[in-house]
Design a protein around this ligand. Structure first.
Ligand code: DGJ
Length: 695
């Protein structure tokens, strides 16, 4: 028997292999004692056999092999160059353990295939990174390659995964485990709104703040496949990989994207905090960590395609007065882009709108002390564009394909196309002092193709190399391209095209299971939301944006004096707190009142926190229920202040202590009784600040 174990103080992962076969993960959970005998564990892990079963249970290995009578989905499906299905059966060939983790190698000599699994465990973030690689002596066709397969606990009732839509990203689905497969496959060629590549398996009875949970995320922007399967014998497996058949050409080498996985013994928050930290501290390539996240102003919902220099200057001045520090010029500045039917790929400034180029606008923005960002949609082309007229063959897919937003994708797998787009974008970035790109992707691909995603990555990587100080925001009609693969190359995501604070509150709450505040853009939208028609008060809009990387996206000319004052005040509060908040852990609170969506942002050193308690609906009961906090020091005392107590409505007639000013109490009380908030209207937010007191 062979065995390996990985430990980080929070979890142990044990792999064991019978003879020289591919190993199985025989344990993944709370840390095991050092002296645990892995041979005994491997034997104990074996399950019984009864009537109607094979004489031995096939291995649920890191790449289950169909040829070994595995009764579920195999980890690899591959065909020879002539189309003959190959049925791999791997044997151990070697291993390397170094700083990059553990690499296990296997070969199938009969089929000329080699399989490698890479597994690393980060001792600080507690995130496992797993990737699989297939190489072959002759070119083969790949249908499916799963990242190393992990088991799911049989002590879990449900599967939580994430779906969504335009303006409704990050909706959580809870599906009970049962025999068979929960299978999700995204064949849109981008990460997509529909199937965020994440999964959480909560242990029985787990909540946000307690119980066990196992989290998974597949870091790839081209569309993935997820399989959560319960085998007839009760064992469960989790597979993640690229969407099937995304590799369109025979080749001798294929890789899965990294699968990120984590075990938590303190609820969904343990998973969330690990993913948030891993993304922020390990994956996102920050340009300058000493520079605070700037407050954004984005002009999209103010002017759309109607760019007028004077108006934009006026808007920039007002945005700056409100506290904005970065001005982002959205769609409409290039080609003849007066609406969304034209000009994508003609990345040259529209001299009808900007006769002297962008300099006058940028000079004005800089004069206000703001930096300047600009919108591109590099992977797209309109048929009504100069580039398409010159190179119709550069568009991806057939001539009679269904268009999306009147546009086609451009063939990013073609190096000539990539070079052209690079040159055009580089010319703009060279001519103008631009430190930010909003990088959009507004349609699905005609078919999934891994070469397209690799081409997009290559273009971003090349631009980042030439312009290392330019930050990039990943946007795809809002949250259509959010994953750890794109975030290895970008610094911000546009979570949604919905600036409706109520919708945002919900999305942000769920997205926090995977994303930290520092990378999650959130803007104060117009009073009447352009995407939902809902009218919301400036306080609520302001505080919801202040939960994440804050910005504005309305026409500031619509704000009356009072609204402008409120927004400036909230923005000041955010600026005052951003240094610690942008590095804080977002902890979802277990609110007993389903109308309240609450989170606690806790500083890394535990010295302070902010609680955002958003009221998404009217409550069933008349008086607010106490809201329990989490992860505080039970022995310590905290000073707790209701930051926006002046917002209490006239219908809040009583005197909960927080309404009068700060109160001091123990962590134990705050966690076990909770804070009692004043009565409030729906679509409002209470914000609490907490400070640990010196003893
Ligand atoms: C979709 C984005 O999500 C919006 O924010 C905006 O940039 C438009 N595209 C511009 O066309």
């Amino acid at each position: 028997m062979q065995s390996w174990r990985l430990d980080d103080g929070r979890q142990t992962l044990v792999l064991a292999a019978r003879r020289e076969r591919l190993p199985e993960v025989i344990y993944w959970g709370a840390p095991l004692p050092k002296e645990e005998d892995l041979e005994v564990l491997a034997a104990a892990h074996r399950i019984d056999v009864t009537g109607g079963m094979l004489d031995e249970n096939p291995d649920l290995s890191i790449c289950p092999e169909a040829v070994r009578t595995f009764p579920g989905q195999p980890g690899l499906i591959v065909r020879g160059n002539d189309g003959t299905p190959l049925l791999p059966k791997f044997c151990y060939t070697g291993e390397v353990a170094d700083d990059a983790g553990l690499k296990l190698s296997y070969a199938d000599e009969d089929n000329g295939l080699q399989y490698h699994a890479q597994i690393a465990l980060d001792p600080e973030t507690h995130v496992l990174t797993l990737a699989a690689e297939l190489t072959s002596d002759e070119p083969v066709h790949l249908h499916w390659l799963a990242a190393p397969v992990l088991p799911a606990s049989q002590n879990a009732d449900d599967i939580l995964d994430v779906s969504g839509r335009w303006c409704g990203e990050f909706q959580i689905n809870r599906t009970p485990w049962s025999a068979g497969i929960r299978y999700r496959e995204n064949r849109t060629g981008r990460t997509g709104h529909e199937h965020f590549p994440g999964l959480i398996v909560p242990g029985m009875g787990a909540t946000n703040t307690q119980g066990e949970a196992w989290g998974f995320h597949y870091g790839w922007s081209g569309g993935h496949r997820m399989i959560a399967e319960e085998l007839p014998d009760g064992r469960r497996q989790i597979q993640f990989g690229h969407a099937a058949r995304m590799e369109t050409k025979p080749a001798t080498s294929f890789k899965s994207a990294p699968l990120y996985a984590v075990y938590s013994s303190d609820g969904l928050n343990g998973v969330a905090v690990s993913f948030q930290r891993h993304l922020r501290d390990r994956i996102v390539p920050w340009v300058d960590t000493t520079r605070p996240r700037p407050v954004h102003y984005n002009c999209w919902e103010a002017v759309y395609f109607d760019h007028k220099l004077d108006v934009l200057k006026d808007i920039a001045s007002r945005a700056s007065k409100l506290g904005a520090e970065r001005f982002v010029l959205d769609d409409g500045w290039f080609g003849q882009r007066d609406d969304d039917t034209t000009s994508l790929s003609d990345w040259e400034v529209d001299t009808r709108k900007y006769p002297e180029g962008l300099h006058p606008l940028i000079d004005h923005v800089h004069g206000l002390g703001m930096t300047f960002g600009i919108w591109f949609e590099p992977e797209m082309i309109n048929q009504d564009s100069d580039v398409f007229r010159a190179h119709p063959d550069w568009a991806l897919g057939s001539d009679d394909q269904i268009l999306g937003r009147q546009q086609m994708a451009i063939d990013m797998g073609n190096p000539e196309v990539r070079d052209f787009i690079y040159e055009r974008m580089a010319a703009v970035l060279e001519e103008y002092p631009i430190d930010y790109i909003k990088w959009d992707h507004n349609r699905v691909l005609p078919m999934p193709d891994a070469a397209q995603t690799r081409g997009s990555y290559a273009l971003i990587d090349r631009l980042r190399e030439t312009f290392p100080n330019v930050e990039i925001e990943s946007c795809a009609s809002g949250g259509g391209r959010i994953d750890f693969g794109i975030l290895a190359r970008t610094q911000r995501v546009w979570l949604s095209d919905s600036n409706d604070a109520l919708e945002r509150l919900k999305m942000q709450h769920n997205a926090a299971l995977f994303l930290p505040a520092a990378i999650t853009g959130s803007h104060v939208g117009p009073s009447r939301s352009h995407t939902s028609g809902r009218t919301l008060d400036i306080r609520f809009r302001g505080w919801v944006a202040a939960q994440r990387h804050m910005g504005f996206e309305m026409d500031p000319r619509e704000l009356n004096e009072e609204e402008a004052a409120v927004l400036s005040e909230i923005t000041d509060w955010w600026k005052h707190n951003r240094d610690w908040m942008m590095a804080a852990d977002i902890l979802r609170l277990d609110s007993i009142d389903p109308a309240i969506l609450a989170e606690q942002q806790s500083s890394r050193d535990g010295s302070r926190f902010a609680v955002f308690a958003g009221k998404a609906a009217t409550s069933a009961q008349i008086a607010p229920r106490p809201l329990r906090l989490t992860r505080l020091d039970p022995e310590a005392r905290y000073r707790v202040t209701l930051v926006n107590r002046n917002s209490a409505s006239h219908l809040s007639r009583g005197n909960p202590a927080l309404k009068d000013g700060p109160i001091e109490m123990s962590g134990q009380y705050l966690m076990n009784h909770g804070v009692v908030l004043p009565w409030s209207f729906p679509e409002t937010m209470w914000v609490i600040e907490g400070h640990k007191l010196d003893v």
